[in-house]
Write a protein that binds this ligand. Structure first.
Ligand code: NAP
Ligand code: MN
Length: 263
């Protein structure tokens, strides 16, 4: 088995990375940062997001395993004192994989730029840099609403506990193959009227946000933030690709939600 270890920058994570790599070599497994079959992250959920984008071009061939060094994460279910146990049961962990939906994003421009394609594990957020954002929201090519406000977030089920939750979105179980659109500070008055609540679409549908003015928009895809000129439209759908996690530990989603937000 070819394994890549991907750690956050903290001294502690880097120390654990060296420990883990040593164990991997001792067990006769192979370290490979270019074409791994298993990617083990050490850090937080943000570390797993970075690893996801690093290996996004070969998701179908990778099982991710997250080790957390701080608080319990949504993508990290091993503790940093369990390295030995993890390496010993690696074959079993990767043979019990689970997969979760991803968000497919296509950005088109009103100048001659080529469209851009992205995949997100958590979400994509669009905002305008100066002033409020005005956009037409389409569902399955039909105009649904005219939005004015700070911005719009489209998230995956596993991303629903991240930014989406902070803007009042619902928490979605990752077995639901869907995406969620959530408003960020919409203006609702006699001129502008939006649904005013998050909405969830399934895999047969798609959402498009057609922006109504030129200028810069901030587009964030997971932890990556880009300033984009001349955006015309962003289209979203449930991606064909999925992320695969190794291990049975990833099942207790509602326990995780309770531990993170209630208890
Ligand atoms: P960060 O600023 O360190 O992340 C913000 C927090 O979100 C961290 O506590 C992070 O956990 C947590 N997080 C990430 N993915 C999550 C998920 N799926 N469910 C629940 N919590 C999650 O930046 P980052 O670590 O690079 O993560 C980027 C993500 O942060 C973005 O995708 C966005 O969802 C989220 N974010 C949230 C807000 C907000 O709620 N107002 C603002 C900006 C960004 P770890 O500490 O374990 O990394
Ligand atoms: Mn983080």
């Amino acid at each position: 088995m070819r394994i890549a270890v991907f750690a956050s920058d903290t001294d502690h994570s880097q120390l654990k990375k060296r420990e883990l790599e040593k164990l991997i070599i001792e067990k006769g497994l192979t370290l490979d940062n270019q074409t791994p079959e298993t990617v083990i992250t050490i850090g937080g959920d943000g570390t797993l997001l970075s690893a996801f984008h690093r290996f996004v071009h070969r998701l179908d061939r990778i099982r991710f395993i997250g080790i957390h060094t701080g608080h319990l994460g949504f993508y990290t279910d091993w503790r940093d004192f369990e390295l030995e146990e993890l390496v010993d049961s690696l074959l079993e962990i990767v043979s019990h994989s689970v997969s979760y939906p991803l968000l497919e994003i296509k950005v088109t421009y009103c100048d001659d730029q080529e469209p851009k394609h992205f995949l997100a594990l958590n979400e994509c957020v669009i905002r305008r840099v100066t002033g409020t954002m005005r956009a037409d929201v389409y569902i399955k090519d039909e105009l649904f609403e005219q939005f004015r406000g700070d911005g719009l977030s489209v998230s995956t089920p596993t991303g629903s506990t991240a930014y989406n939750k902070s803007v009042g979105g619902a928490v979605l179980h990752p077995s639901v193959n869907a995406l969620q659109l959530a408003e960020i500070a919409s203006i609702n008055n006699r001129v502008y009227r939006t649904l005013g609540s998050p909405l969830v679409i399934g895999q047969e549908e798609w959402i498009a946000i057609a922006v109504n003015e030129l200028g810069q928009h901030m587009l964030s895809i997971d932890h990556l933030v880009m300033a984009e000129e001349n955006v015309e439209k962003i289209s979203y759908r449930v991606a064909q690709e999925r992320i695969h996690f190794g291990g049975y530990r990833h099942n207790h989603f509602w326990t995780r939600v309770k531990d993170a937000f209630i208890k």
